[in-house]
Design a protein around this ligand. Structure first.
Ligand code: KIV
Ligand code: NA
Length: 271
């Protein structure tokens, strides 16, 4: 039996071999990623990359649970972390506990992630004290897109740098087992990584972090456009386009299906 990685394993990787993390939303993809990743994050980015929403604000707890169950079924070794979506944890620590406990119970995942705004440390401590492993997320916080007015990199002013640093410290001190840092300059990512005793996992946050995460659909090249921080390791959009064009041509010209792809009724036995 393969033992799954869990929060203490990830926590122990601080300053060691960089943590390999990707997002996953479905069982077959999770099965492929599982062999290579320490953490599979069921990100609320699912709303944008799978469901076609304009941002993550419309993602619901039911969506996260559905995709979380699929990723758990497809994987067996990586730690599975489920994003808590907008509106399910910010209101109060009791609300957060109820929703996080439901996610943990219904999916069987090893932890949850919350975007760590200025008021979240108390909630993180409350959750961790009650047995819920929590990953934090500082810097660019996509769930704050409507108050911030767009997806903008953080840490360009001294004020902003201090704020992101204090949010990261509060998140780590509250007991988070790791902290995602999104969309910050190298200097700030390095300072945070040196200041806190938990692994930092960067996305658009330089090689100074203790690990990296990308949205799988971005690194596989499923979209025309990707931000500067994404490296495309494949051109899946081109691959799918070529495959479907080939299929369409074969159907129209009756080259598909061929005899080997066809069922025939048994020939009557000769007398
Ligand atoms: O939702 C998501 O995919 C994320 C990661 C990219 C960190 O939060
Ligand atoms: Na997210």
């Amino acid at each position: 039996v393969v033992r799954r990685l869990a929060a203490p394993d990830i926590r122990a990787r601080k300053g060691g071999e960089p943590l390999v993390c990707l997002t996953a939303y479905d069982a077959p993809t999770a099965e492929i990623l599982d062999a290579h990743c320490d953490v599979l994050l069921v990100g609320d980015s699912v709303g944008m990359v799978v469901h076609g929403l304009p941002n993550t604000v419309g993602v619901t707890l039911d969506m996260m649970i559905l995709h979380g169950k699929a990723v758990m079924r497809g994987s067996k070794r990586a730690m599975v972390v489920i994003d808590m979506p907008f509106g399910t944890y910010e209101g109060s620590r009791e609300l957060a506990y109820q929703n996080c406990a439901r996610v943990m119970q219904e999916t069987g995942a090893q932890g949850v992630k919350v975007e760590s705004g200025p008021t979240i440390a108390e909630t993180i401590a409350y959750l961790v004290q009650r047995g819920i492993p929590v990953m934090g997320h500082v810097g660019l916080r996509p769930q704050a897109v409507l108050t911030e007015g767009g997806f903008k990199a953080k840490g360009k002013t001294d004020d902003e740098r201090l704020r992101v640093m204090s949010e990261a410290e509060a998140t780590a001190d509250a007991g988070a087992f790791a902290v995602v840092i999104e969309g910050v300059a190298e200097g700030l990512a390095r300072e945070i990584t040196e200041a806190i005793d938990k692994p930092t996992i960067g996305i658009g946050a330089s090689a100074a972090c203790d690990g990296q995460i990308l949205v799988t659909h971005d690194m596989l090249g499923l979209f025309d456009w990707t931000p500067k921080f994404v490296r495309r390791y494949a051109d899946m959009r081109g691959e799918i386009d070529r495959a479907v064009a080939g299929y369409a041509a074969d159907v129209k010209t009756r080259r598909f299906p061929a005899e080997v792809e066809t069922y025939f009724s048994k020939k009557p036995v000769a007398q």
